[in-house]
Design a protein around this ligand. Structure first.
Ligand SMILES: Nc1nc2c(c(=O)[nH]1)N=C([C@H](O)[C@@H](O)CO)CN2
Length: 121
């Protein structure tokens, strides 16, 4: 399986479990691995035959602006569902980091993988 990559995508959203977090916008940093077969796009040199990382990045920014979750877990799960529903993504790994949430850490967050890799049972 081939991958289309989006690294360190920063999006602004309202997120957090504390009351003060409901009043501000915070930045999340996302890494995505999007499973697909890039050979048809490469053969035809055709953007329509692959996952358009620009379109997906724009959709993620829109998703972040549309939703207000408490947990990064919920953000990750709902975003993965949305992307898999709207784009031809066979499998994805999504990492959501919340920089600055824990002062002693450069970032905290979650990583999930959803969908089926070719060859999986
Ligand atoms: N596993 C999680 N732990 C925590 C989360 C979270 O989303 N997932 N969130 C918070 C607070 O919102 C924190 O980020 C504020 O600094 C605490 N723990």
């Amino acid at each position: 399986m081939d991958l289309v990559l989006i690294d360190a995508l920063e999006v602004d959203t309202v997120i957090g479990v504390y009351d003060w977090e409901r009043t501000i916008t915070q930045t999340l940093r996302l890494d995505l691995e999007l499973g697909t077969d890039i050979r048809p796009a490469a053969a035809g040199d055709d953007i329509a035959q692959t996952l358009d990382y620009a379109a997906i990045s724009k959709r993620i920014a829109g998703f972040a602006g549309e939703h207000q979750f408490a947990l990064v877990e919920t953000f990750a799960e709902r975003l993965a569902e949305t992307l898999r529903a709207e784009f031809a993504i066979a499998w994805l790994r999504l990492t959501v980091r919340k920089p600055g949430a824990v002062a002693a850490a450069s970032a905290v967050g979650v990583a999930i993988a959803r969908g089926s890799r070719p060859g999986d049972a």
